[in-house]
Design a protein around this ligand. Sequence first.
Ligand code: UDP
Length: 322
Amino acid sequence: MVRYLITGGAGFIGSHLAERLLHHRGQVHVIDDLSTGAIRNIEHLKSLKGFGYTIDDIRNAPVLAELVDGADVVVHLAAAVGVQLIVESPVRTIETNVAGTEAVLTAAAKKRKKVIIASTSEVYGKSAQVPFRETSDLVLGATTYGRWSYACSKAIDEFLALAYWREKKLPVVIVRLFNTVGPRQVGHYGMVVPRFVKQALAGGPITVYGDGKQTRCFCDVADVVEAVERLAGEDRAVGEIFNIGSGEEVSVEDLARRVAAKVDPRIPLKYVPYDEAYAVGFEDMRRRVPDVSKVRALIGWTPRTPLDQILDRVIEYHRAEG
Ligand code: UDP
């Protein structure tokens, strides 16, 4: 039986991963400071055999050391995420992401425990070389634009993890998660799908930022956690970076229309300039599309869930939540 420690395990992706690993008879311990995660995300797991949790900051070194001791694999998901949160709280973003990952790698290195580091498609920045490959250049904007601090903090995490692998032979795997969606994701930090769904269920309008022609690919969280679990168990993945995401590209405007069509076609769209939505001079990427041939070649993973089905599930979830 594999024992997993999931940092940020009470968050959206972490709670889905915990559920999957427990279902596959893994033992799962979650550490989360509940800054963006929530106890209700793991409430249904509390009574399951093999599950445990600690509410604390991963920078609490003695606590983290003990939890790492009791694990075979650490999946590091704890981070400040969400473009809106990042633009509003850059200090928190940079400190959480850099110091948090450093704490996890330091603790894991002492006991030589495997670490899966969650990175993000945000690291590709505003590169126009789509689809993005793991070897592609990262193209970030000026440091005066707070948004890029997120990409930069996660890029540092990647550099540090790879350095631990090369210098200290600490087994690490880096997963660059593209836009991930599903039940339990909240819209407070900017994530577009839960925001659109909640706006639609409230009768609109749906707020489309910019001209709405920017594109994203949305991957179902169930597909994403499948890839994470399989890569965690794959020796050939060590020391490598993998894109995890969907190839179904959709414009934000089209996404808004599709959500409206499913809830009530009369719901209006409202176009909001970026400066108003985020901050003056905000930069967005026009297209974000992953090349997932590397993960496909290694473990045969491809995303399974079409966007239509993802949207139906998210709408159903928010309806049930009221
Ligand atoms: N977006 C939007 N309306 C919203 C929230 C987001 O049009 O209410 C846009 C946002 O500007 C971006 C896209 O949707 O172009 C995806 O945003 P999200 O924050 O979900 O993820 P990102 O891809 O930016 O990390």
